[in-house]
Design a binder for this molecule. Structure first.
Ligand code: ARG
Ligand code: ZN
Length: 892
């Protein structure tokens, strides 16, 4: 059995004992190896306690080592594990090392690695130590100069952070280039590239007149897929100036796309490296969603230049300092660029699909965990998405202007520093005057709080009272911390509840709280601080319908006993788009859970679907076509909660009954509203030239939602419509929508479509990913076996993260009916992949392992099957810390 990985604690943080002022790197790439010479100008850290110099290293072969020009004798240094230790160093010194590394064999994709067109780096969180010996921690910030050498014909492009300062040719057809980054940075922001790439460039002039060269580098032949990413760079630069007054600070801003990449993208200073998935797009290869994701990821990485790079994290426990804040910023950007309501709805959907289950499972952690075994396991929905929700709550509590002042103060105080989450909160508190001490619980407590809200209407006193109780039960995280001797106190959260009250006609009531002399608007931010708190509204003539938690103002579970009539009312009249959508989701959830119960009771009828609901959806669909209607919002509202989100609502998950109920609902709606769906489908047809932008994409989303309903009809006519849609599609959004429907239909046209799609796109890697994904998500029986078979198809490559995510993770995370199949084959498939992948790429293996998180929520038979696979993984002879931590916590 694998060793339990060692735990690292936030409480053990100590400042580095040596600092680095200047790094001079010389990286020489050869077939089969690379040689890295590093010259570090270092000095003792005056605020540290002293002690030996320790430099991190991983998979390095040390060739030489000298201090102040003198080779170090054998007794002057040693390796502790892979850490290079030198006991005696002067107050200031120059350390020089030469190491040999093997980027061609670097299948982890961390450090310097080979991908198809050349060599690329990924150093966050701890990849730089795989390039050279270094104090690889974010609070050591240094200026970097980097020279690269490589074969000129094979790797004509040589890039690193900052500005190009010199270049030239050398013997044997090789060349070199030197780059210098004027800003001190932590090693995790280092990047270099030696590759054969095409490049497109453009200029952006900042407010203060800096002319920034923006460049996008892609695999040869893909320049026709770069326009959108380039436009996104310029939009992001403009937005950050307009909204936060933040300008680009370098003369070069480069994005390099690489097909082998563990995550989405990386904000290396001036040289972002991106997964191709978030760069390449052409109307016939990328969907509307892909285009939007590109906008968001480009913006996210660009925004990191200030929130992450100029001000970085003191240690990795503070990861949410940069990630939560930067996600918040890319979300605000998204809301400004696209429909604000739809953008927010999609975020709430994502939070419920990924973060809530994480917070309810064995890996639950606060946005700033107090311990971890493997930092790569903490690039999570909690640190990112819940982290963004926490920032959003500050924004809601103190208001937009104070938030901006807080940001200004944060940069004024901390530019060029590596800081903590407290530093950010302090800036917000000082700029706003709002006491945020209690608010900090969001950084320390795990789990999704639940708000139980009850209302009381006193007609005689014309008074409406909301009583709010918070529940915040401990999670496995707190239990573990207690076992480790670090008991974590828990207490009520400080959070904003944004509300409105609607009267019987759907009008918003002016809101006067107890103690106020006159009403203040029709929407209020209620501040909850206590475990139990009441809010009293005066002058309320008739019992209103409360619109609670507008805009999803806090990441909580809301328990309010809404009646069907109240929800239908909110669906029709709420001025808040999120709550209109939310009312529909609540209605659907209630109905679907009844359906689940009916199926479990052996019923095969659909009489649990109320006619009122069908009528409400018909009205909703119609609302897209009236003046001011929003088709994109309607498309969101037509999509009931996913099977995974429904599963979270059940004590013991029954994946077959959930799937059965959801499918019955979709089919019933398709039958009952056939004419309306068909009419909408026809009405929304368009022959405009393709644009991924707002309105057109919204109409396409609704049209494709109608198509997917119609595809549920077991009728030749409807199936022909889907096939026609596939054949006539003028863009990937439409093609993909039809293909996704066809993938779940057991008709000959399915195979014809899948085959023609593959033969057309077999050389376009990102499109092949889509082909794998639709098959992984198929509802048809036999899907698990099909996924297993696809793993041996030439289109699949287990070493490529995108392929693993498209086929295996899509199956495990988003096809619950089959992943949780009663025969245990889904679990076995996942375990097989994890075991095969772990020695090659632990980060990706660990992400697949997370699919087991919720195993204890299932019936005893499924639990036994899942446990068997988890134990089989745990028993593997040498497991990475990544997988060992996830599996260990799952079995804890
Ligand atoms: N900082 C990057 C981003 O959010 C993510 C990089 C994470 N990489 C990793 N290997 N864990 O944009
Ligand atoms: Zn980020």
């Amino acid at each position: 059995m694998a060793d339990t990985p060692a735990t690292i604690y936030l409480k053990d943080y100590t400042p580095p004992n040596c600092l680095v002022d200047q790094v001079t790197l010389d990286i020489s790439i050869h077939a089969g190896f690379a040689r890295v010479a590093a010259r570090l100008a270092m000095r003792r850290n005056p605020v540290s306690a002293g002690g030996p110099l320790k430099l991190d290293g991983e998979d390095l072969q040390l060739e030489s080592l000298s201090l102040d020009g003198q080779p170090l004798t054998a007794s002057a240094w040693r390796l502790e594990g892979e850490t290079l230790v030198i006991d005696e160093v002067p107050d200031a010194f120059v350390l020089e090392t030469v190491v040999r590394i093997d980027p061609d064999q670097n299948t982890q994709l961390s450090g310097l690695y080979r991908s198809k067109d050349g060599y690329f780096t990924q150093c966050e969180a701890q990849g730089f130590r795989r390039i050279t010996y270094y104090p690889d921690r974010p609070d050591v910030m240094a200026k970097f100069v980097c020279t690269l050498h490589a074969d000129k014909a094979s790797f004509p492009v040589l890039l690193a952070n900052g500005n190009p300062v010199a270049q030239g040719d050398e013997d044997n057809g090789r060349h070199w280039a030197t780059w210098e980054d004027p800003f001190a940075k932590p090693a995790y922001l280092f990047a270099c590239v030696a590759a054969k790439l095409d490049m497109v460039e453009d200029y952006y002039v900042t407010t203060s007149g800096r002319r920034v060269r923006c460049a996008v580098y892609v695999e040869p032949g893909k320049l026709d897929q770069c326009d959108h990413a380039m436009a996104a760079i310029k939009k992001s630069m403009k937005w950050d100036e307009d909204v936060f007054g933040l300008e680009m600070d370098l003369d070069h801003y480069m994005i390099v796309a690489v097909g082998d990449f563990n995550m989405g993208a990386m904000e290396n200073k001036g040289l972002n490296i991106f997964n191709t998935k978030y760069v390449l797009a052409r109307p016939d290869t990328a969907t509307d969603t892909d285009y939007q994701n590109i906008d968001r990821v480009v913006a996210h990485e660009y925004f990191h230049n200030w929130t992450g790079n100029r001000v970085t994290c003191r240690d990795w426990f503070q990861l949410s300092l940069k990630e939560g804040l930067t996600v918040f910023r890319d979300q605000q950007f998204g809301m400004d660029m696209h429909s604000a309501g739809v953008t927010r709805i999609q975020e709430v959907r994502g939070l419920r699909a990924a973060q809530f289950p994480e917070d309810a499972g064995p890996m639950a952690h606060p946005i700033r965990p107090a311990s971890y075994a493997e930092i790569n396991n903490f690039y999570t929905a909690t640190v990112y998405e819940k982290g963004a929700e926490v920032i959003r709550m500050i924004h809601t509590l103190i208001g937009k202007q104070a938030f901006r002042r807080g940001m200004d103060l944060y940069f004024q105080r901390h530019d060029g520093q590596a800081v903590t989450c407290e530093d950010f909160i302090s800036a917000m508190q000082d700029a706003s005057g709002k006491d945020l001490a209690q608010f900090q619980r969001w950084y320390n407590q795990a789990g999704t709080p639940k708000l139980v809200v009850r209302s009381q209407f006193d007609a005689a006193a014309r008074r409406y009272t909301l009583e709010v109780t918070q529940q915040f039960p401990a999670t496995p995280y707190e239990e573990r911390m207690t076992k480790d001797g670090l008991p974590q106190a828990r207490g009520p959260y400080h959070l904003p509840i944004v509300i409105g009250l609607l009267d019987g006609e759907g009008r918003e009531l002016p809101l006067r709280l107890e103690g106020e002399t006159s009403p203040v608007g029709t929407q209020r931010v209620l501040e909850l601080r206590e475990a139990q708190q009441r809010f009293v509204f005066e002058d309320v003539a008739t019992e209103p319908v409360p619109s609670l938690l507008r805009g999803f103002s806090a990441p909580v579970l809301l328990d309010y006993p809404y009646s069907t009539a109240q929800l239908t009312h909110l669906m029709a009249y709420d001025t808040d788009a999120v709550n209109r959508w939310e009312a529909g989701q609540r209605l659907a959830t209630g109905i679907l859970l009844e359906g689940v119960a009916a199926i479990q009771a052996g019923k095969t009828t659909n009489d649990w679907i109320p006619q009122d609901y069908i009528t409400a959806l018909a009205r909703l669909l119609g609302s897209a076509f009236v003046e001011g209607g929003d088709p994109a919002l309607v498309a969101e509202a037509l999509n009931p909660p996913s099977e995974n989100v429904l599963a979270e609502q059940m004590e013991v998950v029954d994946p077959d009954a959930i799937h059965g109920a959801r499918m019955t609902l979709l089919r019933t709606l398709a039958r009952e509203l056939r004419e309306a769906f068909l009419a909408a489908y026809l009405e929304l047809a368009s022959d405009e030239p393709y644009s991924p932008e707002g309105e057109q994409a919204g109409r396409r989303a609704l049209r494709n939602a109608c198509l997917s309903y119609l595809a549920q009809l077991d009728e030749a006519g409807a199936q022909a419509l889907v096939v026609g849609h596939f054949e006539q599609a003028g863009n990937m959004t439409d093609t993909f929508a039809a293909l996704a429907s066809l993938a779940s239909l057991d008709i000959p046209a399915r195979h014809v479509a899948l085959d023609s799609f593959y033969s057309k796109w077999r050389d376009e890697a990102l499109v092949v990913d889509k082909w794998l994904q639709v098959q992984a998500l198929s509802r048809l029986p036999g899907t698990t076996a099909d996924v297993r078979a696809l793993m041996t198809h030439p289109a699949f490559d287990i070493r490529n993260p995108n392929k693993v995510y498209a086929l295996v993770r899509a199956f495990c995370a988003a096809n619950p009916k089959h992943f949780h199949g009663a025969d245990g084959e889904g679990y076995r498939l996942a375990a097989d992949v994890i075991l095969q992948l772990d020695p090659m790429n632990p980060q990706v293996a660990s992400r697949i392992a997370r699919c087991f998180d919720r195993w204890r929520k299932f019936d005893p038979a499924r639990q036994a099957l899942a446990r068997q696979q988890l134990e089989r993984i745990r028993a593997a002879s040498s497991l990475s810390a990544d997988v060992a931590e996830v599996v260990g916590k799952a079995l804890e």
